[in-house]
Design a protein. Structure first.
Length: 413
């Protein structure tokens, strides 16, 4: 029972209207009084990357087209400055690390993190609420940014409390415990307001007569699993406030000697028609690392975080040990096509584990050994050029497309 209902002290902290608030702070403007939008100022049909809390009070959300904003609001248009947002995000993460160690911190996105403060309350002689107040005040003091927080006994309740309630409270904090399951969690409707439920899944659940999280919690768990697989069972557990995951479970990247991993937070919404370029570029980075260390991978992990909430992460055992990008790309896309529900994407994570020395390579009976040898030599030649002249010395043509992030990321390495 303790495993199903852990009693940790988990914080989920989110920076309010992050991009727009950073731009206001840089201009010494109040985000709560300034009609600022982050967008391409030269395109009236562009979708905004962020809007200030001032604009949100008029029902203008962070993903709207410029021409849809009422003409009587004299908006300030500013272009995005990705490097600035990265720097501000790092400053906020440094604040978290003033209070907890890196093992108890999970960076969920550029503006949102989870902290496990269970073992720090006695150290600071504070309650979890008092410590949260201190952290939010320190963020404001150091960066000028306003944050909201959810406090809960597990990751799920902290996150959902933050999403649903914190922004409506004067202290920007929501405290949810297990008694909040029936009084708060079950009242959530429509379903897509719940972390982990996208619009596509909402429609499927609505067809079953499930309109609220309470309906979902009372639905037959076995039938949900039959209809939606493991995801259906997980939905039932979450609807009942059950989440046994730990911060350490989320931080898979720290086992560097046993796995290679790469994640990328995206600075605009991606979908199935343009996320493939990001996936391929990330695989290229990891495959090059395999070749450099003379390793092959036998287990692929692939995950997506959605812009609003939720996502998925799944692992698959590979049929053969490999460092071939095309094979790994096919496996990623198999997972993606099975679980993607058409929601906008803001983060991609990929990991290689079950690593072994590349002399253990198995040949596929249907592949030509000479072609495999040629492919290996070509990859090694490209790696050699990049090592000598820089990562941007050889790039695929796709790197010149607007959706690619390869050249910018290479320039930072």
């Amino acid at each position: 029972m303790q495993e199903l209902y852990p009693n940790r002290k988990i914080l989920c902290i989110d920076l309010k209207s992050f991009f727009a608030s950073v731009e206001c702070v840089e201009r010494q403007l109040d985000p709560y009084k300034t009609p600022l939008v982050v967008c391409d100022p030269n395109r009236n049909g562009a979708i905004t990357l962020a809007v200030t809390p001032y604009l949100k009070q008029f029902g203008i959300n962070g993903r709207t087209r410029i021409f849809e904003i009422p003409k009587n609001i004299p908006i300030i248009k500013v272009p995005p400055r990705i490097n600035l947002y990265r720097q501000k995000s790092k400053e906020v993460i440094d604040v978290y690390l003033e209070y907890v160690s890196s093992e108890d911190l999970h960076i969920y996105s550029i503006d949102e993190c989870f902290l496990d403060v269970t073992n720090y309350l006695r150290l600071y002689n504070k309650t979890e609420y008092e410590l949260t107040i201190d952290i939010l005040n320190r963020i404001k003091e150091k960066t000028g940014l306003t944050a909201t927080a959810g406090i809960g006994p597990n990751i799920l309740l902290a996150k959902v409390g933050m999403d649903i309630e914190a922004k409506h409270n004067s202290d920007n904090i929501a405290y949810w415990d297990y008694t909040s399951i029936k009084t708060k969690l079950w009242n959530i409707t429509p379903l897509s307001k719940m972390w982990g439920i996208g619009s596509h899944m909402e429609k499927n659940l609505n067809k079953l007569g499930i309109k609220s999280i309470g309906d979902l919690a009372k639905f037959d768990k076995g039938r949900l699993k039959d209809l939606f697989g493991i995801m259906g069972e997980e939905l039932w557990y979450h609807a009942n406030g059950i989440d046994s995951a730990k911060i350490s479970d989320l931080n898979t990247a720290h086992i560097k000697e046993k796995s290679y991993s790469h994640s990328q937070v995206l600075f605009k919404d991606y979908y199935d028609f343009n996320i493939t370029i990001i996936i391929f570029e990330m695989l290229d980075v990891l495959c090059r690392r395999l070749r450099t260390t003379h390793k092959l991978t036998g287990l692929l992990g692939f995950g997506i975080n959605y812009s609003k909430e939720g996502g998925f992460y799944h692992s698959t055992k590979l049929p053969i040990l490999t460092d071939d990008i095309n094979n790994l790309y096919r496996e990623c896309m198999h997972i993606f096509n099975r679980y993607y529900d058409k929601s906008p994407i803001r983060k991609v994570s990929i990991s290689f584990s079950n690593l072994t020395e590349n002399q253990n390579r198995q040949l596929n009976l249907f592949e030509n050994p000479e072609q495999i040898k040629d492919k290996i030599q070509i990859n090694l030649a490209i790696d050699g050029i990049k090592n000598r002249f820089g990562n941007n010395s050889i790039i695929p043509a796709s790197a010149l497309l607007s959706d690619s992030t390869l050249i910018e990321r290479n320039s930072k390495n």
